[in-house]
Design a protein. Structure first.
Lengths: 318, 394, 307
């Protein structure tokens, strides 16, 4: 019974938000408010990144405080080829996914040896290394960042220069990644990951090498976030080491937690709330960070299960 | 295919769309309000507000609307805010920009949308050369020019060896390049320190190196609050009187009140170069400085002076086309003439739309009320054009 | 090699290390005993500095400002613990990170609102503002030397308290096994408040000692808190000895990197690239150190016993 409601609630919310997002360019074209398209673009890209973080944090219980590294790696995978006038999108995306995966594999192999707060801090340390690594390379702008003059092109089929094309590309990417994550979580692999979150020792005692499973999950999450980073680089036309700042990792965690950890659509709600709140509050007052911070504390203290949990409770009480 | 559909759908809806609002001159101003660098942004916004009062809030009979945005000292945010100004607020002019890296990140958003972009401070070499654009103007200087003037001052003072320190970002690198270009002696050491919102402010290791290098002078560029911190540590480390300080954009009306409060007498008489000073003798400058002091009770900084000029440059353009804001060619031609009362006096624009202007040496003095300020000494570079203008294809 | 330069830089590194220790000691205690991840520890460092700046202005003397600001910061810490932090102990680390991240935003904005964006300078009395000759030919700023001396003194006092007093015994016991301490009827709640307040005072004191050099400014704690975390992770959470050694190590590595790395890099890179790469690489060095230590010892150098 409960499951049925849950499924109903998911498809319901999914259909509405999908339809709304799909129609947005039409509205923007009429009203001329191009700005909302930008806002939605940022929202969806961050939703993909948050979804990737949720894969390890929510489903796997691995609290990465360094996920912004993959956003940066993905963005530089577009920026650096573009700097050498290579605009082939397939190539750029492939580089983004491969390099992110490799970075996740190398760092994950070390990080996953640790537990709890040590894990939080060592993931942050690796991101700081990536941050300072990029800063130290003068050729690609160092601290100043790099302007991406031309966005990715996909042969003669299409390119992302046009905002509406980029929008639909991101939109389809978001739907695809949600689908992939759902498939992963429902697979045997996903069960092992979820199992090792709730009781790692039990999973080990029934014969699973949880370390290896977790590492694969960590790498998958890195690849997906790297992909989001490549989209982000295309969207902002400008990349800088700032994207890998530890506060950026903190914001990703916030999105996941706000939306609801370990749920499919939670990261989407979280990213949407984050982006819209930021836009709305910063328009009202210079001191908006205060209210933003207060909200974080309130969410932690009072909102159990995030927005997704809230939505579910509303559905269940009806 | 999809676009056609959009066009058809919207054509129907357009007919009932909202009427065009009454025309206004809209000016977006991107600067830093939060973070410690917010003190610079405050000075700029104060100056722009003063200018708005002085022109009665109108240009060629049109109302002027000013929209200030905070870049948070981050290039990515600066770009985001520029996008917002262009797409949501639909401004005709995007202005402000303290930081070179923020300007570089944001320029495409404004220029690509066909807007005028006017830098009220940042002058990165790229914008003067390769990336120069017909709709980009500067009311300040190209980054290299002021340190080039300083290089000449060093030569005149017969300094043979120099230790160089600057923050590690676009402008810092330009400043180092500038002084290196004109200074004839030997550069015995160089440090580029971390910049941005977590900028390095403790210079113990660098000052120890400078001291050990035995240089005859130390050249620094530390804008905003880093300037005060640097000068204090320079004195504490015992370099004062041993290695004279030659600075650009470091000792200004933002740092001086604090230095005076902290009784850092050593800064008195220290030399810097600049295109402007509060006591520069032009009618517009007198009006500006006295108006600013009256309204805010302090000396304006050069950031404020450039921001004040920005409004008058725009006013000259709007008036030249009699308020027809669609006449971009007309406005551009008007701005190219630099036909407005500038605080620095008459100057002209080069092919890359950077000012061709004088650079003076300035000195820290006490004004009649005992307040520390800077005063013009002499012209170091006369009608100077930046070195990157030749790389600009305009 | 230039011995004067090397010794000066060692002293500079020691000074930075002791400053980090002041910050890290409170962090490691709070972390070790209450199992609480406090990112907002850096905010206490900042408000300590602002309190001191205002009080120095008010009393006209840095020493009086310091003397009053330390208990005021401790009180602010206690207030924070009672009003918000207490409610967070029962949550998990993820919640801690998030809520204290929110606290940082609140504190930074509140300081912006109360004191303005420009930061506050703290003028030093003349006897601290000069230099002393430590060895023939080696002069060192008096104030930096006083940071070293007070830092060492506080480290010693803290070590004494922890190893030789009843409270220290409770703290050590709490770091190894919290449930056992409360099971013995100890009022763990007020012990937590006291430890948090002491940690706040130490962090605030660190902020007060650095501000005459760099000025008190918004967000001054945000960068250094990450380094402080690196210190306590390397040292082993909950260990004062580990925090002390790791802090000195990190301080020395950072300062030595900033001083000599560019010279070394010039051997393999072009001068221009070396100058840009050196500061970034020296900042990176401490994170490499941390990852390397954790790879070999997943609980840091001196993990508390019984864990």
């Amino acid at each position: 019974m409960r499951d049925q409601i849950k499924r109903g609630h998911y498809s319901y919310a999914l259909i509405i938000s999908t339809a709304l997002l799909a129609m947005l360019p039409l509205y923007v074209h009429v009203s001329g408010d191009d700005f909302y398209l930008d806002l939605a673009n940022r929202l969806m890209i961050l939703a993909i990144a948050a979804t990737s973080l949720n894969l390890i944090l929510g489903h796997g219980g691995m609290i990465s405080f360094g996920h912004a590294a993959y956003l940066g790696i993905g963005a530089y995978s577009v920026g650096i080829p573009a700097y050498y006038e290579i605009h082939n999108g397939l190539f750029q995306l492939l580089v983004a996914i491969t390099v992110s995966g490799l970075f996740a594999l190398l760092t994950g192999a070390v990080c996953l040896r640790t537990k709890g707060v040590y894990f939080i801090m060592i993931t942050m340390a690796f991101t700081q290394m990536a941050f300072f690594g990029i800063v130290s390379i003068e050729e690609y702008g160092g601290d100043d960042g790099l302007v991406i003059d031309t966005r990715s092109t996909f042969g003669n089929f299409f390119n992302l220069e046009d905002t509406v094309t980029l929008y639909y590309f991101v939109f389809v990417s978001l739907l695809t990644s949600l689908y992939i994550v759902k498939r992963i979580m429902n697979s045997r692999f996903g069960m092992v990951i979820a199992g090792s979150k709730s009781n790692e020792r039990r999973m080990q005692s029934i014969g699973y090498n949880t370390y290896r499973y977790k590492l694969v999950c960590y790498v998958l999450s890195g690849c997906l976030c790297g992909y989001a980073g490549a989209l982000l680089g295309n969207f902002t036309n400008f990349i800088s080491p700032e994207m890998m700042d530890w506060t950026a990792s903190g914001e990703l965690i916030f999105m996941v937690l706000l939306g609801g950890t370990g749920t499919l659509l939670g990261p989407l709600w979280g990213a949407a709330t984050f982006v819209l709140l930021e836009e709305w509050l910063s328009g009202i007052t210079t001191y908006w960070h205060f209210f933003f911070g207060a909200l974080l504390i309130i969410v932690v203290l009072f909102v159990r299960g995030g927005i997704d949990g809230l939505l579910k409770r509303i559905r269940l009480t009806k | 295919m999809f676009k056609k559909f959009l066009l058809l759908a919207s054509a129907g809806l357009m007919a009932i769309g909202p009427a065009v609002a009454a025309e206004k001159v809209k000016i977006g101003f991107v600067t830093t309000i939060t973070t410690p660098a917010g003190v610079i942004g405050k000075d700029m916004v104060d100056a722009v507000n003063l200018a708005m009062e002085d022109i009665g809030g109108k240009m060629a009979g049109l109302d002027v609307e000013l929209i200030v945005e905070d870049d948070g000292f981050k290039p990515a945010i600066g770009k985001q805010k520029t996008d917002k100004l262009v797409k949501q607020d639909k401004v005709q002019f995007v202005t402000g920009f303290i930081w070179s890296h923020v300007l570089l990140a944001s320029q495409k958003s404004a220029l690509g949308a066909g807007k005028f972009l006017i830098s009220s401070n940042a002058g990165p070499s790229q914008m003067a050369g390769k990336l120069c654009h017909k709709n980009f103007f500067s009311t300040s200087w190209q980054n290299d020019q002021t340190p080039m003037a300083m290089g000449e001052v060093l030569n005149l003072n017969n300094v043979k060896s120099l230790y160089v320190m600057a923050p590690n970002y676009a402008a810092g690198k330009n400043m180092v390049a500038g002084v290196t270009r004109t200074f004839k002696g030997k550069i015995v050491g160089k440090d580029l320190t971390k910049w941005g919102k977590d900028a390095q402010l403790d210079f113990s290791a660098e000052l120890a190196k400078a001291k050990a290098s035995g240089a005859e002078g130390i050249f620094v560029f530390y804008p905003g609050k880093a300037g005060g911190a640097f000068i204090k540590q320079y004195a504490q480390a015992g370099l004062q009187g041993k290695i004279p300080l030659y600075s650009v954009f470091t000792v200004d009306s933002i740092a001086l009140p604090k230095l005076q409060k902290a009784n850092m007498n050593g800064v008195m008489g220290s030399v810097m170069t600049q295109f402007w000073a509060p006591d520069l003798d032009t009618p517009q400058n007198k009006k500006f400085v006295s108006g600013f002091k009256k309204k805010y009770g302090r000396y304006p900084s050069f950031y404020a002076a450039q921001s004040y000029d920005t409004i008058f440059l725009i006013k000259s353009a709007v008036e030249a086309v009699k308020g027809d804001l669609s006449n971009k060619d007309g406005m551009r031609a008007a701005m190219e003439k630099a036909n407005f009362p500038s605080v620095r006096g008459k100057f002209s624009y080069g092919n890359n739309h950077f000012p061709i202007q004088n650079f003076y040496s300035r000195e820290v003095v006490k004004d009649p009320d005992g307040v520390w300020t800077t005063s013009v000494r002499e012209v170091v570079l006369k009608n100077h054009q930046d070195t990157y203008a030749k790389d600009c294809s305009m | 090699m230039d011995w004067v330069l090397i010794i000066t830089q060692l002293l500079n590194g020691l000074q930075l290390g002791l400053l980090l220790f002041l910050l890290a000691s409170g962090l490691t205690l709070v972390f070790g005993i209450m199992d609480f991840v406090n990112l907002a520890h850096g905010a206490l460092y900042m408000i300590g500095a602002y309190f001191c700046a205002t009080l120095t202005e008010f009393t006209g003397s840095f020493l009086w400002g310091l003397l009053i600001a330390v208990p005021v910061t401790a009180a602010a810490g206690a207030l924070l613990e009672i009003s918000i932090i207490q409610r967070l102990y029962s949550k998990d680390h993820l919640d801690h990170v998030l809520a204290t991240f929110g606290l940082i935003l609140c504190f930074d904005t509140a300081v912006h609102f109360l004191w303005g964006p420009e930061g506050k300078a703290i003028p030093l009395p003349t006897f601290l503002d000069g230099r002393v000759t430590i060895l023939p030919g080696i002069e060192f700023p008096t104030f930096r030397l006083s940071i070293i001396l007070t830092g060492l003194l506080l480290a010693f006092v803290l070590y004494f308290i922890i190893t030789h007093t009843k409270m220290g015994m409770l703290i050590r016991a709490g770091a190894s096994n919290r449930q056992m301490v409360s099971a013995h009827g100890i009022d763990i709640k007020s012990l937590f408040t006291v430890v948090f307040a002491v940690g706040a005072a130490m962090a605030g004191f660190a902020g007060m000692m650095i501000s005459p050099i760099t000025e008190a400014s918004i967000g001054m704690g945000n960068e250094i808190i990450i380094v402080a975390f690196v210190v306590i992770i390397i040292g082993g959470i909950g260990s004062i000895k580990g925090a002390f050694l790791a802090a000195i190590l990190v301080g020395l590595i950072d300062t030595m990197g900033r001083s000599f790395l560019d010279t070394l890099l010039k051997l393999i890179l072009s001068a221009e690239n070396a100058e840009t790469a050196a500061p970034a690489l020296s900042a990176m060095a401490i994170y490499i150190l941390m990852a390397a230590i954790l790879a070999v010892r997943p609980q840091g150098l001196f993990p508390p016993k019984g864990r």
